[in-house]
Design a protein. Structure first.
Length: 256
């Protein structure tokens, strides 16, 4: 009886794991299908848009499964969580780790050491600390300047009248490789307003190309709810979490 009970629960667990993997595969294929369709509609090469899987709060095994489905770029918001994941998943060859959360100045050093990309540079002090943290034996850290495109008081990001100075400043730091701009537009707005915000970002991206430096090639914008709009308006990296991994479970202790 004990053996039969154990076998039953093993079969049940295996069935649940297979369903979870199949659901993940379905969601990844759907996002990729939408990406291809949006590129086709706008006449863009599908290779011009990179899909980043936002893996914050996800278990390492979920990330490994996404990697096995062909994804290589993973976005994290929280430093301590990312330390555990990058250590446990160190064997994932060619995995690229992106930091996409708000940066506290006291954590900038470790962020500059662990990650391949940082999308949320919004203050000179953060740029300085990332630059100093980047070891000489590593490639320069790829960074994007976060822009507060809708000028929201509660949101991080460089304001439009500060952007030129920030671009010039970051370009002078030897251990940083300025790649472009990133934004998170206002939420709960009309589809038209959402696209207008993305269009403004694309205009800024093109306008600053002349002073952006030799590696200016990235416009990081678009998440699960609006990544198709972002592709329409010129995004080169979309940051997709829920549409890939499904709804997140909130930790009652941390609220995340």
């Amino acid at each position: 009886m004990e053996l039969e009970t154990r076998d039953y629960f093993l079969r049940k667990a295996l069935s649940a794991a297979m369903k979870k993997l199949n659901d993940l595969q379905h969601r990844v294929k759907l996002v990729q299908k939408n990406l291809i369709s949006a590129c086709s509609t706008t006449g863009r090469d599908i290779e011009s848009v990179k899909l980043m899987a936002v893996s914050k709060t996800r278990e390492p095994e979920e990330i490994r499964q996404a990697y096995e489905l062909g994804l290589r770029d993973f976005g994290e918001n929280f430093l301590q969580e990312a330390k555990v994941k990058t250590s446990e998943l160190h064997d994932l060859e060619n995995a690229v780790w992106h930091f996409i959360g708000r940066i506290q100045s006291n954590k900038a050093h470790d962020i500059g050491t662990i990650f391949d990309w940082v999308h949320t540079v919004d203050r000179p002090i953060i740029a300085d600390r990332l630059d100093k943290a980047r070891e000489s034996h590593k490639l320069p850290l790829s960074v994007c300047i976060q822009v507060n495109i809708d000028q929201e008081k509660q949101k991080s990001g460089v304001l439009l009248d500060e952007l030129r100075n920030m671009v010039v400043y970051v370009n002078k730091l030897p251990r940083l490789r300025l790649r472009g701009l990133m934004t998170i537009p206002s939420i709960d707005v009309s589809n038209k307003r959402n696209r207008e915000s993305f269009a403004k970002m694309h205009a800024l991206f093109k306008a600053y190309r002349a002073i952006g430096g030799p590696d200016w090639d990235t416009l990081s914008m678009g998440m699960s709810a609006d990544y198709v709009n972002a592709i329409y308006e010129g995004s080169t990296i979309i940051r997709v979490g829920t549409a890939i991994f499904g709804s997140r479970k909130v930790n009652r202790n941390t609220g995340r």
